[in-house]
Design a protein around this ligand. Structure first.
Ligand code: ADP
Ligand code: ADP
Length: 229
């Protein structure tokens, strides 16, 4: 389960300026759909509607046939995992940061998630910037390592639905490829909505939707879209 549907969704932050002008798509359970488009096209707005940070003004967003307006934000947060562009770490150990959202998880499960995300070596360390508060030396995490913390958190949470919102766009090309490979593993078998700037980062998506000016301009597989001038 975890099928997402947007049915003729219309949304505006400001009534004078519609952002989504009738968007329909489905992410079938376990599949991945990528939303691609220029900055300001409305990509992140789509993920905010799914989380119910805002409610649609017309049309409907459903998960497994249920309108998200009938679902509590607590259940939505439990069902949806999110890897954002920049992961903000809490003032505590990396292990604590991985456990965030799953306070009851065992140490063993946290460790296993960290191993899968390849950050097991430093889960007892503190992120740099917070060390003075406890008199310890903090770890200077690279952007890629911070994304690995977010990946470990997602592995532990194991949500049916995953949103990757520009999850690799702040990284250099070599790191982007490494993190992309880890994200591919995590998203396998999960309903995944990928938000990206560039087509080249969503080659494996089951469907790619090109959003332009609040509307779906093109849709298809990566190879189909490459043929568009
Ligand atoms: P994208 O993710 O494609 O860059 P967004 O969905 O973040 O685009 O934003 C789409 C448009 O909505 C942009 O023009 C942006 O300025 C505007 N916008 C985003 N959030 C808000 C908000 N909270 N209030 C008003 N306008 C907003
Ligand atoms: P991003 O998704 O790129 O990290 P945001 O989603 O926060 O950034 O915002 C996307 C765009 O929406 C930005 O151009 C930002 O300036 C604009 N935006 C965000 N919140 C508001 C708001 N409350 N009012 C107007 N514009 C906003």
């Amino acid at each position: 389960d975890g099928t997402i549907r947007f049915d003729d969704v219309r949304f505006a932050y400001d009534p004078e300026r519609p952002i989504l002008k009738g968007i329909s798509f489905e992410v079938p359970a376990g599949k991945s759909v990528a939303i691609v488009g220029p900055s300001g096209a409305g990509k992140s707005t789509i993920s905010r509607l799914l989380f119910r940070f805002y409610d649609v003004q017309d049309g409907a967003v459903t998960i497994d046939g249920q309108d998200v307006r009938d679902v509590t934000q607590t259940s939505l947060r439990a069902a949806i995992g999110m890897v954002p562009q920049d992961t903000v770490l809490f003032n505590d150990t990396i292990a604590y940061n991985i456990r965030y959202g799953r306070p009851d998880a065992s140490d063993e499960d946290v460790h296993q998630a960290a191993e899968m995300a390849q950050i097991a070596d430093f889960i007892d360390g503190l992120p740099q910037g917070y060390e003075t508060m406890v008199g310890e030396r903090g770890l200077k995490l690279s952007g890629g390592e911070k994304q690995r913390v977010a990946i470990a958190r997602t592995i532990l949470k194991a949500p049916p639905i995953l949103i990757l919102d520009e999850a690799t766009s702040a990284l250099d090309t070599a790191t982007e490829q490494e993190i992309q490979a880890s994200l591919d593993l995590v998203s396998r078998g999960r309903t995944t909505l990928v938000i990206a700037h560039r087509l080249s980062t969503v080659i494996g998506a089951d469907e790619i939707i090109v959003l332009r000016d609040g509307q779906i301009a093109e849709r298809g597989k990566h190879a189909d879209l490459l043929a568009i001038p």
